[in-house]
Design a protein around this ligand. Structure first.
Ligand SMILES: *[C@@H]1O[C@H](CO)[C@@H](O)[C@H](O)[C@H]1NC(C)=O
Ligand SMILES: *[C@@H]1O[C@H](CO)[C@@H](O)[C@H](O)[C@H]1NC(C)=O
Ligand SMILES: *[C@@H]1O[C@H](CO)[C@@H](O)[C@H](O)[C@H]1NC(C)=O
Length: 269
């Protein structure tokens, strides 16, 4: 049994204020990665009434990407002990059909009640799984020493300011120096690794990013925001499935990973 009573107790004792244990979330995430690698949904600690969606479309988990065995080259995760939630970014560049899969899971009583994935492959925004893998591997997302950790509020505000700034150039974003963005497989920090290359150009029209769903991890300085991104895909004026996975250090944004799904090749751009 991976969910041994002992481990859960140790987890709770070391995080008195947490709603659920980091250990439980880490073990469930490992189970998720193994289940995706094997293409076996029965390897997941699912609640009976689990809800499942890919790219904002609710579907039967037994018909989704989790039924395909996928070679996973690299993974990064966030563990949110306050919301009882996890976020995982899977890089599958050497899989026959290369993918980048971003998954958010919610828990009740140590069982998964919700799985939402943004599943990107060929034709999605700036998609290049090899590029994505090579850049993410070079980045440093070490745990942040306890005395230097930002609060949930600070981490969330940094992520929100970044998303708000796309449609409103007056929003001040706490970018760090350096700051680099990995957008599909394209890396802004490639030629200028010591400067802030995250600042977004002004979009031609104002818009708001809606349906934001958060996973926040103070230890990793991370926030992931699932959202509906309007404007980019002309066939989806109300927003296409997108996620921004952000690392914050000392209140300032260090890394941004964006994965956006397109209904038409490269969102028709
Ligand atoms: C699923 O079941 C859990 C407890 O078993 C309950 O807390 C939750 O509200 C249920 N979710 C839905 C969508 O019915
Ligand atoms: C996921 O990443 C961890 C390191 O963070 C590694 O130990 C583990 O083997 C990885 N899993 C897979 C399937 O690549
Ligand atoms: C976008 O949202 C508006 C308002 O909710 C709705 O009337 C319209 O049908 C939606 N468009 C698409 C393409 O879904």
């Amino acid at each position: 049994m991976i969910y041994s009573v002992l481990l859960v107790c140790v987890g709770l004792a070391s995080q008195a204020s947490a709603i659920c244990s980091r250990t439980m979330l880490q073990e469930a995430t490992e189970a998720y990665i193994r289940a995706q690698a094997a293409g076996q949904t029965n390897m997941l600690p699912l609640a009976e009434n689990v809800s499942y969606a890919e790219n904002d479309t609710p579907m039967d988990i037994k018909k989704g990407v989790l039924t395909q065995p996928i070679t996973i080259d690299f993974n990064r995760s966030l563990y949110d002990t306050t919301l009882c939630a996890t976020f995982t970014e899977l890089s599958a560049a050497t899989n026959k059909n290369p993918y980048v899969i971003n998954t958010r899971m919610l828990f009740t009583d140590d069982r998964i009640t919700t799985i939402q994935s943004v599943v990107a492959d060929s034709g999605d925004w700036a998609f290049d799984a090899k590029g994505q893998l090579s850049w993410t591997k070079k980045e440093k997302w070490d745990p942040i020493p306890e005395s230097k950790r930002d609060s949930r509020t600070v981490i969330k505000a940094a992520g929100d300011a970044y998303l708000d700034s796309w449609g409103d150039s007056n929003v001040k974003v706490p970018y760090g120096t350096p700051c680099a963005r990995l957008e599909g497989g394209m890396y802004t920090g490639d030629k200028s690794p010591t400067t802030n290359t995250c600042k977004m150009p002004q979009f031609p029209q104002p818009f708001k990013i809606t349906n934001r769903r958060y996973v926040i991890d103070e230890e990793m300085g991370g926030v992931d925001i699932f959202n509906d991104f309007p404007f980019i895909d002309k066939t989806k004026p109300n927003g296409t499935a997108s996620t921004n996975f952000i690392r914050v250090e000392g209140g300032l944004i260090r890394y941004i990973h964006e994965t956006t799904v397109c209904a038409t090749k490269n969102c028709g751009r």
